[in-house]
Write a protein that binds this ligand. Sequence first.
Ligand SMILES: [Zn+2]
Length: 265
Amino acid sequence: MTATETTFTEPRVFTITCTARAGVDIADLDALAAAVTIAAGAVGVAFCRGPSGAVRGAAPAKRPPQHSFGRQITMGVRCASQPERDVHVKLFGNGTLQIAGCLRADAGYEAAELTCAACGFVAPPVDLVVRMINCGFRASHRLNLAACVGAARGAGLMATYDPCCYSALKLSLFFGLGGDAVPACRCATHCATKKPSNRLCRMVVVSLFESGAIGVSGATTQDHVRRAGDVVRDLVRRCPGARQLADDEVLVRLRQLAGASETAA
Ligand SMILES: [Zn+2]
């Protein structure tokens, strides 16, 4: 009996977070929040919540009101490039836009443009930067994480698996500033020991679950996503025990073993 080779689905993006700059300083966020144009149609700012907590437009009902709003305006933006779900934009007094909930980077730019237009800013937004791509993919088989963690450490990867604390095997991958071919931190002080803001390498965390679900968080480019996928594929292919046998396969094996011992007897 030959084991079927494990295959993987293409990564699916869950959410992309970006930042951009509106290029203006806002003296009075409350006044601006009161003046934001709420779109009547399918595209534009659907709702806006000012620093005082006052909401205009149709805010999602399921989200409970928060106690602290800080110095920001929160907006839900409907984009033509992403009709599936609203993009959430936070606008700060220094003109920084934080854009969350995008499925594609284009939606991030569209949301920033729509926000600036709704706020009455003359200039379009600038400096759109993708800060985080969270995505995931699936293995065709259940994974034996205990076997995978050994193989990962053997391959020199930073792997943690403590099933009592967390059900996933976590692989920390490091991508150097120059985009090293090998995803590893070679800094004098290992980036894993530094605060996120002080890290020189980009840390991408891959979580492998027994079900075969695989999550990738912290990537900022499609290249990170692709390489994280390569690392997982390599790991599973090179680790003979990585595939968790399904219940019926375990039964078949047991019957074979029982049959073998009867023949031997
Ligand atoms: Zn580093």
